[in-house]
Write a protein that binds this ligand. Structure first.
Ligand SMILES: *Cc1c(COP(=O)(O)O)cnc(C)c1O
Length: 343
């Protein structure tokens, strides 16, 4: 079986399992779990922020960021296909009580002057703009890297208007690998950032929320309110430390594999690659195969290759460290067969 549905399917490495087994632990709600403390310190350093907080998931990290930055009745500006808007079950309205102001981006990047114009002025009719959210890499834009200049410009607009900027950086390390820049350079253009340990980095559980010391203290309280205060969490933090220290450099390999797969799929009649493949995500349009995406995904699954629907005729493939080049070569043959073509 070759699972290309997502990089969330990566399983912990031997080293991570060993680290979990041997982890020194304590009660993290008392601040006494050495492994959690080390993970948070490491993450803050890697991201170039004062402090970091371990959270259970990317969604929890993003929502804690919104809860900490905003008050009920605020408006947040974000891209129309962003994960926070599209895939978090309406959490920002359910919990933080904020309303969303979505802007259509190009390859996931919002136009800075549109962001500027979306910021609310002083008028009793208006909600207050509480936060600007970016997403890098942008999932629904096919793992697109948001350029540094775009982040810079939006961050500077945020600063001028006294509005914080949060980056949903579930795959920020993929963006850093693609640009060959340190993650801290990417995270420099925001007040707060969320990164996933459990996607391409392969840790079993968890995300990091990073920002100023003051922000993280307030975020810690929101995490507690949400029931996210964990006890001997070092068991899951230890694999996270391995993820941050040993797994980032190899993301470029996933990107090379994605290039290979995109190039092969692009040669199959009836399949069109619709995204510019910047990182580890490939989006293919199968409409010319006279199948919808669900039919294609089902048919391919019968061949032992798992992919995901990404729209009525769009199918998503994600490369990650649990899929070898050989498996990809075999997957290409299976995809040929699914497309009704023999090679
Ligand atoms: C996966 C993902 C998240 C959420 O992470 P979970 O750990 O699944 O909650 C948030 N943002 C983006 C862009 C993602 O891809």
């Amino acid at each position: 079986m070759t699972d290309l549905r997502s990089d969330t399917v990566t399983k912990p490495t031997e080293e991570m399992r060993k680290a979990a087994y041997e982890a020194e632990v304590g009660d993290d709600v008392y601040g006494e779990d050495p492994s959690i403390n080390k993970l948070e310190e490491t993450a803050a350093e890697v991201l170039g922020k004062e402090a970091a907080l371990f959270v259970t998931s990317g969604t929890q990290g993003n929502q804690i960021a919104i809860l900490t930055h905003c008050r009920p009745g605020n408006e947040i500006i974000l891209e129309a296909e962003s994960h926070i808007f599209y895939y978090e079950s309406g959490a920002s309205s359910a919990f933080a009580g904020v309303q969303t102001r979505t802007l259509n981006g190009i390859r996931g990047a919002m136009n800075p002057s549109e962001v500027e114009h979306a910021i609310r002025g002083e008028d009793q009719h208006y909600p207050e703009t509480g936060l600007i959210c970016l997403e890098n890499t942008h999932n629904r834009a096919g793992g697109a890297v948001i350029p540094i200049d775009n982040m810079k410009e939006i961050y500077s607009i945020g600063k001028t208007n006294n509005i914080p900027v949060h980056i949903d950086g579930a795959r920020l390390f993929n963006a850093a690998a693609a640009l060959n820049l340190p993650a801290s350079e990417m995270a420099n253009h925001c007040d707060t950032v969320q990164v996933c340990l459990s996607k391409g980095l392969g840790a079993p559980v968890g995300s990091i929320l990073a920002g100023s010391r003051e922000f993280i203290a307030a975020a810690r309280k929101w995490r507690k309110r949400l029931g996210g205060g964990l006890r001997q969490a070092g068991i899951i933090a230890a694999p996270g430390i391995v993820a941050l220290t040993n797994m980032r450099e190899r993301l470029a390999e996933d990107h090379e594999n994605a290039q290979y797969l995109a190039q092969q799929l692009g040669q199959i009649k009836g399949i069109e690659i619709v995204n510019q493949v910047d990182t580890n995500i490939i989006v293919a349009d199968v409409k010319n195969l006279k199948m919808n995406s669900s039919e294609f995904v089902e048919k391919l699954k019968a061949e032992g290759v798992f992919s995901g629907t990404f729209g009525p005729s769009y199918v998503r493939f994600v490369t990650h460290y649990d899929v070898t080049k050989k498996q990809l070569e075999d997957a290409v043959i299976a995809i040929h067969r699914t497309a009704g073509q023999m090679i």
